[in-house]
Design a protein around this ligand. Structure first.
Ligand SMILES: C[S@@+](CC[C@H](N)C(=O)[O-])C[C@H]1O[C@@H](n2cnc3c(N)ncnc32)[C@H](O)[C@@H]1O
Length: 224
């Protein structure tokens, strides 16, 4: 996704906002995994993933038993990295059946059978339990590219509020929204908001044309 999009408050809808796109992508990645063992796309790259999970593992609010869910987990590589760091209560959901099939295959190959994957659409979710941590890497971005994005974004935010315990953490990594845009969206209602901004994850900064930036943003919010 283009860096230029990062400055736009409203995006045009895109194929990335459709389930058909993700089903097709994970179908191809499943074939590739079966043939070569390649796990497929790591969104925002391996370096971002490693930096993000390391920062998560160092949060004082968390311990290795903290119950975490990765919304729109795709191939599940975020949870694999957290499992490698010793986290044990890990869950991942995605609306793409093929994505979950791929995640389960990778999990079994890596011998992290305790990671619990299931199919669930965030915008009409069946999840009945609550979590200490809700993770998102690229999923809010994808939802914001769907045709009826304003409604989908509201449903997404409500879902995170519903499944997060009080004092639980919402950790979102985005390449389409700036830090300020995410803060405004999740805490902008002031006292009415259910989220408090806590901190961000620092990534290497690049310079281009006199401007400074990084290709993705990770923010950590606490639920009131
Ligand atoms: C950019 S990919 C990121 C995948 C994964 N989080 C990662 O970091 O590799 C977006 C993911 O969100 C999932 N997704 C999009 N809309 C969804 C929805 N309404 N419910 C559940 N998953 C959704 C897609 O299937 C896809 O796996």
């Amino acid at each position: 996704m283009s860096m230029i999009l990062k400055r736009k408050l409203k995006f045009d809808s895109s194929i990335l906002g459709t389930k058909g796109h993700w089903d097709g992508a994970y179908d191809r990645e499943l074939d590739c995994f079966d043939e070569t063992g390649d796990v497929g796309e790591i969104w925002f790259g391996k370096s971002c993933l490693k930096t993000m999970v390391k920062a998560v593992s160092q949060l004082p609010e968390l311990n290795k038993e903290s119950k975490m869910i990765d919304l729109g987990c795709g191939n599940g590589m975020t949870l694999i990295e957290l499992a490698k760091l010793g986290f044990k209560n890990l869950h991942g959901s995605d609306y793409s059946e093929k994505g979950i099939e791929l995640a389960k295959k990778i999990r079994d190959q890596e011998n992290f059978e305790f990671i619990n994957y299931f199919i669930d659409d965030i915008t009409k979710s069946n999840i009945q339990e609550t979590f200490d941590v809700v993770l998102d890497k690229g999923t809010f971005d994808a939802i914001a590219l769907s045709e009826n994005r304003d409604e989908m974004k509201i449903l997404y935010k409500q879902h995170v509020e519903t499944i997060l315990k009080s004092d639980g953490l919402f950790i979102i990594t985005s390449c389409n929204y700036t830090e300020n845009e995410l803060k405004k969206y999740y805490t902008g209602d002031g006292d009415q908001s259910n989220f408090i901004y806590m901190t961000n994850v620092q990534y290497p900064v690049f310079k281009f044309g006199g401007s400074k930036g990084s290709t993705q943003t990770t923010l950590i919010f606490k639920k009131k």
